[in-house]
Write a protein that binds this ligand. Structure first.
Ligand code: FE2
Ligand code: FE2
Length: 492
């Protein structure tokens, strides 16, 4: 069943809109000045964040970047665009407006007023959820650290930096909750969020996909399409939380997240457009020699990023996920638009499992399979982009198509881990998998060939040869706008 068939129309927004106070050292709309202890604690964390940004944030030296900054949390006109030196970006704490009437929409507290205070019995679970979400935000900045050195255009460079500063702000969002509601333990966790680092052998980031280096721009676009989209779905469940400060925080983060996925959707699209152009011109898929990325390699990158992002949803069946739901900590995607009892005590669903080398369906309690419920929503959403990219191939009158691999392909988490499945969903033996691996996933040679195309293009309005220019610029600026001033500009 599609999302639309199961859910009704979206509720209209309620509550007034608040602006953000930029006269404070930490911009915020949570009246930080009214809580001196909290303010001091966060001002103590701020220089550590800035140190982290200098050490592990974008490596390319820039003078300033045309960036958007949040100025209000309302539906319209919430952002302001201007040139900002990145280290002076106003990272702050912005929560969506409080709705005084908000009630819990699911679980055993269904219909009760949302919680403004942290309930002691759920303290540990909520802290864990916030830490896991918080850990992904700085991780992606670390993963993308050196990409600026090979940006295909100033337009793309600016988009990378926009994503990076906003992931930094998402870290602030989670650190605020830790400081404001979890006392000393929360402050300790906030420190740890800067101490774990992507790919670090001794203290890696918590989730696997956030320890893989983002080696090139095609992978960056796949990451923002598939992995930021996982973030969107996780935030979507936390936005339903009975713990209102968490819900409001995530609601505003989702607004920023939309741009990250736009970067991914259009980035892959433009890559495919250029690829299609070169395929037609040279009547071959083997277009590395002509300066483009072969469609088969794009498919392999897609296979990789989709499968590692599917792992981020955890095991299909999870007692924790069921408990989080029943106790009101974490809802479902579009919870308030679901047409059921929002308790799910007797509800069931089917899931796929591998048995004797075949995929078979089994029926399981819905409450045990909420990770799968979310993953299915995610997968359906992922298909939209693929359809769009295929339209570019169709427009170029090519018969080749991209596709999402089977849900069981290349999985390290959940029911498929320990089985080998082809992208088509055939269960295969180890030898077949090993033999076909380089046809299904990017090989070292593929990555090296892509890396050779990653030459920086810092001339305004110019684009590297492997990617098509976008249709329009950012914030109604022209495509050839000077989006980034590099540090050594003007010295030449
Ligand atoms: Fe984020
Ligand atoms: Fe993001």
């Amino acid at each position: 069943m599609s999302t639309d068939a199961r859910t009704g129309p979206a509720p209209s927004p309620t509550g007034p809109l608040s602006t953000i106070d930029y006269s404070e050292r930490i911009p915020n709309n949570v009246d930080l000045a009214g809580d001196r202890r909290l303010q001091r604690a966060l001002e103590g964390w701020q220089p550590k964040f800035l140190d982290w940004w200098k050490q592990l944030g974008p490596a390319l030296p820039t003078k300033d970047v045309y960036l958007r900054t949040a100025i209000a949390v309302g539906r319209d006109g919430w952002a302001h665009f201007d040139y900002v030196p990145m280290e002076e970006y106003r990272w702050g704490i912005f929560l969506a407006e409080r709705d005084p009437e908000r009630t819990v929409a699911f679980g055993k507290h269904n219909g009760e007023p949302a919680w403004q205070e942290l309930p002691g019995e759920h303290r540990a679970d909520l802290m864990r959820l916030i830490v896991i979400q918080g850990d992904t935000e700085p991780a992606s900045v670390e993963q993308q650290r050196v990409l600026g050195n090979t940006a295909p255009s100033l337009y793309d460079l600016r988009n990378l930096f926009q994503v990076n500063v906003e992931e930094g702000r998402h870290l602030w969002a989670m650190v605020y909750l830790l400081h404001a509601y979890f006392g000393r333990e929360g402050r300790d966790e906030a420190e740890q969020l800067l101490k774990r680092n992507s790919g670090d052998l001794d203290s890696p980031r918590i989730l696997g996909a956030f320890n893989e280096a983002t080696t090139d721009w095609l992978q960056f676009f796949m990451f923002t399409y598939f992995t930021d989209r996982d973030g969107k779905y996780q935030l979507g469940t936390l936005k339903e939380s009975a713990f209102d400060p968490l819900a409001r925080t995530c609601k505003f983060m989702l607004k920023e997240e939309a741009h990250h996925m736009f970067v991914g959707t259009t980035g892959v699209q433009r890559t495919v457009e250029r690829t299609a152009e070169l395929m037609k011109k040279h009547s071959t898929d083997d277009i590395f020699q002509h300066g483009g990325i072969p469609l088969s390699v794009i498919q392999k990158y897609l296979n990789f990023q989709f499968s590692v992002s599917m792992d981020l949803f955890g095991s299909e069946q999870s007692t924790n996920a069921g408990n989080y739901y029943s106790s009101g900590l974490k809802g479902r995607w579009m919870e308030t638009r679901r047409k059921d009892d929002h308790l799910l005590v007797d509800a069931e669903r089917t899931m796929n499992v591998v048995e004797n080398g075949k995929i078979v369906e089994k029926t399981v309690p819905m409450l045990s399979a909420l990770n799968l419920d979310l993953r299915d929503e995610y997968r359906t959403d992922c298909e939209h982009g693929v359809r769009r990219w295929n339209q570019a191939l169709e427009d170029a009158e090519l018969s080749e198509r991209l596709y999402l691999p089977h849900e069981g392909f290349n999985r390290a988490v959940g029911t498929y881990s320990g089985h080998n499945l082809s992208p088509d969903g055939d269960v295969v033996d180890e030898a077949t998998w090993e033999a076909a691996r380089s046809q299904w996933l990017p090989s070292d040679d593929d990555r090296a060939a892509v890396a050779r195309l990653m030459v920086p293009e810092y001339e305004a309005g110019q684009f590297a040869g492997w990617i098509a220019p976008p249709q329009t610029g950012i914030n109604e600026q022209p495509v050839e706008f000077d989006y980034v001033h590099l540090k050594d500009e003007g010295l030449a």
